[in-house]
Design a protein around this ligand. Structure first.
Ligand code: BTN
Length: 323
């Protein structure tokens, strides 16, 4: 049986009760001495939780830190697969690399790897993802869908939709999907997604969907063309709440994707897309094209109507809205 650490069990009890719980009650429920409980409370406090202790009353949880603690991320999270197991690191080179290694060793579908800081955060096409400590969400989800490699971009779009919806729900900010792998607010990039895969020619073994969100980052931490939720909202938000909501939405859309296919989610992706029916410039491979972003195809590719009337199908690239 999977055993839950003492700290998690105590935190669960304190959160459920939302009031004082006596040391006696805790020691009875956990089968530990009062000293054992006291020591566990000290370990809980060292994680940044604020717990008050009152003689005759016991312990009460008064403040939860905004740290990406697995217990907080996963507590009562009702997902089918995404976030069923959550791991969190203080510092890692890249959560995508960590998740990839875990997946190669057989980690389960839905395992989500978080880090408070990345020292070599990766973006698409060898770019860097600036990942200052405790300011953003840096997470990678291991997925094992039964798809061919050419369908992997569909999963990236599902992730962008999930982040877009989570940001809207939590903050009210009008976030949009910027095809193929970004989320923008006021035309500024807030989130980037890097999907990597391990595949054979006709079968995906696993996908690593890496999601980076600039949450409470200050202007000085951000690239020129980027922004953060804090900068756009003018206030800090809880990274834990946003991360949980992203896991929830991603789980729902991914489940629909597996059951009903990409087509069943496509209309929502289009609805929240920032580029459709706009003039765009797209850079892909070694080419630039310019035209009207006419549609997103049933495989997630962008259809761009060029000025000569020809419709070009683009599978991935860098896109700029030009009017
Ligand atoms: C991009 O915009 O080019 C994609 C950025 C992806 C960044 C995330 S942060 C979590 C995960 N780990 C990484 O090293 N990269 C992704």
């Amino acid at each position: 049986m999977h055993s839950i650490p003492t700290e998690d069990r105590i935190l669960g009890i304190l959160k459920e009760k939302d009031d004082f719980v006596s040391g006696e009650d805790l020691s009875h429920r956990l089968g530990l001495s009062r000293m054992g409980i006291w020591k566990a409370i000290q370990r809980i406090k060292s994680l940044g939780y604020s717990v008050v202790a009152q003689p005759h009353l016991g312990y009460k949880l008064v403040e939860i830190p905004d740290s990406l603690i697995p217990f907080e991320l996963a507590w009562n999270l009702k997902t089918k697969s995404v976030g069923k197991k959550v791991l969190s690191f203080k510092k890692t080179e890249s959560t995508n690399n960590t998740a990839y290694e875990l997946a190669a060793k057989g980690a389960k579908e839905g395992t989500a790897v978080f880090a408070e800081e990345q020292t070599k955060g990766k973006g698409r096409l060898g770019r860097r993802w600036i990942s200052p400590a405790h300011k953003g969400i840096y997470m990678s989800v291991i997925l094992r869908p039964n798809i061919v490699p050419s369908s992997a971009p569909e999963v990236t779009l599902i992730a962008t939709l999930s982040v877009t919806k989570a940001i809207r729900e939590l903050t009210g900010l009008l976030s949009f999907i910027k095809w193929p792998n970004d989320v923008v607010i006021n035309d500024k990039k807030i989130c980037g997604i890097l999907t990597e895969m391990n595949a054979e020619i006709d079968k995906v073994n696993f996908l690593i969907v890496g999601i980076g969100v600039n949450v409470n980052s200050d202007r000085k931490d951000l690239p020129k063309e980027g922004s953060s939720i804090k900068e756009e909202l003018r206030q800090r938000i809880s990274r834990i709440e946003l991360a949980r909501l992203i896991l929830l939405r991603f789980d729902e859309y991914y489940d629909t994707f597996k059951k009903l296919g990409f087509n069943s989610i496509l209309s929502e992706i289009k609805r929240f897309s920032s580029s459709l029916n706009k003039r765009v410039r797209v850079h892909f491979l070694d080419r630039f094209i310019e035209g009207n972003a006419q549609d997103i195809d049933k495989d997630g590719a962008l259809l761009v109507r060029l000025d000569n009337g020809f419709v070009e199908k683009v599978f991935a690239g860098d896109l700029v809205n030009i009017r």
